[in-house]
Ligand binder design. Structure first.
Ligand code: NDP
Ligand code: HEM
Length: 484
């Protein structure tokens, strides 16, 4: 006979009963002195942290990155040196839906990776698309408000979404991706990931480069049609969580090939597109993708709350050899993520096992709610008591010159900058006839929701006509709007 452990309360004291509260006689009222019952109810009331304000619904897994090529001439980042293997945790997500929302909703997918490197954590918090809806963080909360729920009826509202998009022409490229079948991936395993922003790499000699990350799925791209996605939304709202969990559980470990595009530092100034504009890609003809490694997911979380819900990713976690670029969106995100974690998870979120680096932390920050980092004297710097000292050496090569007037302004335009040229290239040169047909159908379906006004439908047609006249024509016909 196997002996089972005794239940305890949270102080480790043996629990008197898993079934019965303490009462005055079998039928009498309960007693406040039943601490075990009180603790159980009080703890239950505190089981949730707030859901993420965006990307609330998701799932994740552990894995590792392996670098197969020598890129030391571009970066000294230790995790990108040939032969290196780095543990990681990846969280996938949808953006606009709440915790219980369906995984197959039309939405970009988050693709957030925490690399536990020997120089501390490096977080790459990307999406399954190489671009985004806007290019200035000033517009982010407004954009998200337009995608979530109305103030009055608490409903999501397609009219509101098209209102924002059609008034923000820089969204056209991302909305083209979103409305294509890539807006409803078959599973997280069957989509690419992108760092999306441009980042800085610098090597041991101080040479600098601009780079973009592409994680290409080794499982192949597979998407759902709008009808398939809608059917799964009701039959299995957790379809993507289930798919990833089951695959890993059964030993099918998904992997992604890591490619980078590398631009010489000096080439940015007069490149034909603004290379820091998050609504643009770097066309492959200009900067081909170079394969440098692969990552694999091979281990499911043991506890969803501890590892997935409490994971806190932050684009500001940048290790030596890697830096930020002047992309205004990235600059905004450097502030936003650590700030939201301080609120959502708590001041010592970085001490939780999922967020803690796998190297010693010797910072002078300490105390606060729920800390268990045992700070030792000296508690200040500079000190003459042998405490840790900061070292600029690993960051040598990261600095570069910027100058200009303090303004509130759009980016200055580069030769080919235009909001429609890249979505037009996608429509004209990349999408198949079937892709185009589905794109038109998905837009028409979305803009046919009862709340979308006749006036808004005209604006929707005008928006797509700017991308391509055939696309505008298809949408006009589908919505029953004259294409003028
Ligand atoms: P290329 O023909 O060299 O690249 C086209 C890219 O599009 C490939 O990365 C391809 O990779 C991807 N693609 C293929 N089918 C689709 C689809 N249905 N939806 C979205 N992406 C798809 O041309 P360019 O580099 O000149 O880019 C042309 C356009 O392709 C861009 O304007 C952009 O809209 C889109 N694109 C470009 C990317 C880039 O980094 N240059 C990346 C992704 C898209 P795969 O099939 O493996 O996804
Ligand atoms: C999550 C802000 C743009 C990808 C979040 C969260 C915030 C936020 C507050 C919630 C984090 C949490 O509670 O843990 C912003 C701001 C942006 C921006 C202010 C622009 C100014 C982007 C872009 C991308 C992106 C451009 C992708 C390229 C993600 C991902 C998550 C996320 C993947 C989920 C991370 C996770 O799995 O925990 N964002 N975001 N965001 N964001 Fe952004």
């Amino acid at each position: 006979m196997t002996t089972r452990p005794t239940t305890t309360d949270d102080a480790g004291i043996p629990a008197p009963s898993d079934e019965h509260s303490q009462s005055v006689g079998p039928n009498g009222p309960l007693l406040l002195q039943d601490h075990y019952l009180i603790q159980k109810m009080a703890q239950f009331n505190r089981e949730r942290v707030p859901e993420r304000v965006v990307h609330a619904k998701g799932g994740g897994a552990h894995g590792f990155l392996e670098i197969t090529e020598d890129v030391s001439q571009y970066t000294k980042a230790k995790l990108f040196q040939k032969g290196k293997r780095t543990p990681l945790f990846l969280r996938f997500s949808t953006v606009a839906g709440e915790l219980g929302s369906p995984d197959t909703a039309r939405d970009p997918r988050g693709f957030a990776i925490k690399f536990y490197t020997e120089d501390g954590n490096y977080d790459l918090v990307g999406n399954n698309t190489p671009i985004f809806f806007i290019r200035d963080p000033q517009k982010f909360s407004d954009f998200i408000h337009s995608q979530k729920r109305r103030a009055d009826n608490h409903l999501r509202d397609n009219n509101m979404q098209w209102d924002f998009w059609t008034l923000s022409p820089e969204s056209a490229h991302q909305v083209t991706f979103l409305m294509s079948d890539r807006g409803t991936p078959a599973s997280w395993r069957n989509m690419h990931g992108f760092g999306s922003h441009t980042f800085l790499w610098y090597n041991a000699g101080g040479e600098k480069f601009w780079i973009k990350y592409h994680f290409k799925t080794d499982q192949g791209i597979r998407n759902l049609t709008a009808a398939e996605a809608a059917a799964l939304a009701s039959s299995d709202p957790d379809h993507h969580i289930r798919d990833l969990y089951r695959a890993i559980e059964s030993g099918e470990h998904p992997s992604w090939t890591l490619n980078v595009q590398i631009m010489p530092f000096e080439a940015a100034a007069d490149y034909r597109f603004n290379p820091f504009d998050l609504t643009k890609v770097w066309p492959h003809a200009d900067y081909p993708e170079i394969t440098i490694g692969r990552f694999t997911l091979d281990r499911n979380p043991e506890n969803y709350f501890a590892e997935v819900e409490q994971a806190g990713f932050e684009p500001s976690n940048l290790v030596p050899g890697i830096g930020a670029s002047p992309d205004k969106m990235l600059q905004g995100r450097l502030f936003s993520y650590p700030d939201t974690h301080l609120y959502r998870i708590g001041p010592n979120y970085q001490q939780l096992p999922i967020n803690a680096p796998k190297v010693p932390v010797t910072s002078y920050n300490f105390d606060g709610p729920m800390t268990y980092r045992n700070m030792r004297d000296p508690v200040y710097a500079p000190n003459s008591a042998g405490g840790p000292v900061a070292d600029p050496a690993p960051f040598e090569g990261a600095d570069y010159q910027v100058a200009g007037e303090i303004v509130r302004s759009a980016y200055t335009l580069h030769a080919d900058d235009d909001d429609y040229v890249q979505p037009r290239a996608l429509w004209e040169n990349v999408l198949s006839d079937t892709d185009r047909e589905h794109l038109v159908g998905n837009i028409v379906g979305h803009a046919s929701a009862p709340e979308v006004t006749a006036e808004m439908k005209k604006r929707v047609v005008a928006y797509w006509r700017n991308v391509h006249k055939d696309l505008g024509q298809g949408v006009a016909e589908g919505l029953g709007v004259s294409n003028g």
